[in-house]
Design a protein around this ligand. Structure first.
Ligand code: SF4
Length: 219
């Protein structure tokens, strides 16, 4: 697959995506465009099922609506509110460090660029890109394990790490696809192009995929 041939692929992915529930950060955005809530939801969603994250967010945002609330809440109570998201104790500890860091570096305002966001505790490039795209509605490419794996399977890029994938996509992917790329590929990667035993036999992208060509040639 080439970048030039991506238009029909994106049309198919969009159609498939509309049949599924949106990822948690986008669900939060549907209720509020508050960067604080999108950032917290994205931090909580790491290594956690979307449904579990969504339930934890519902509990948490009834009590913690902004950085001031987060500063005041005791860490133990925060842990209980977000339980059972993955690594909930570590995430509670990192979330408690957020208000001070945002005040210290950004005058109390959640920043809207990847370079600034990654200065905050618990925020890596994946989270930062997602927050920029979802909360600030700006072009950003969030590369997680699904995006990295699928782009390489397609033959769109050849990279060894998610960071290399992000940089390659930043260079080559048309800007108009940036914001939707993660949501479409995560949904597709969870349902069809799974990490182990992808469902190539029923895949709507068979005709475009390098992996199928290689498997056919291997016979
Ligand atoms: S054909 Fe297989 S490897 Fe290629 S995109 Fe579809 S599921 Fe993934």
């Amino acid at each position: 697959m080439t970048i030039k041939g991506l238009a029909p692929v994106m049309r198919i992915l969009r159609r498939e995506y509309e049949k599924k529930q949106a990822p948690v950060a986008e669900l939060v955005q549907a209720r509020t465009s508050d960067p604080f809530q999108v950032l917290v939801a994205t931090i909580l969603s790491a290594r956690t099922l979307d449904q579990t994250t969504a339930q934890a967010c519902r509990r948490l945002f009834k009590v913690v609506r902004n950085l001031n609330d987060l500063q005041r809440i005791p860490r133990e109570r925060l842990s209980r509110l977000i339980y059972p998201v993955g690594f909930y104790r570590t995430k509670a500890k990192l979330l408690k460090q957020l208000p001070r860091a945002v005040t210290q570096y950004f005058n109390g305002v959640i920043p809207g660029t990847v370079e600034d966001l990654i200065r905050l505790p618990g925020v890596g490039r994946k989270t930062a890109n997602l927050v920029v795209a979802v909360a600030f509605n700006k072009p950003a490419i969030c590369v997680d394990t699904h995006v990295h794996r699928i782009c390489n399977r397609w033959g769109l890029i050849r990279t060894r790490t998610p960071l290399e994938t992000e940089m390659a996509l930043r260079r080559r992917l048309p800007l108009k696809y940036w914001r939707e790329f993660n949501a479409c590929l995560v949904s597709f990667g969870q349902s069809v192009c799974r990490p182990i035993s992808p469902h190539c036999g029923v895949c709507p992208l068979r005709a475009y995929c390098r992996r199928v060509g290689v498997m056919t040639a291997l016979g």
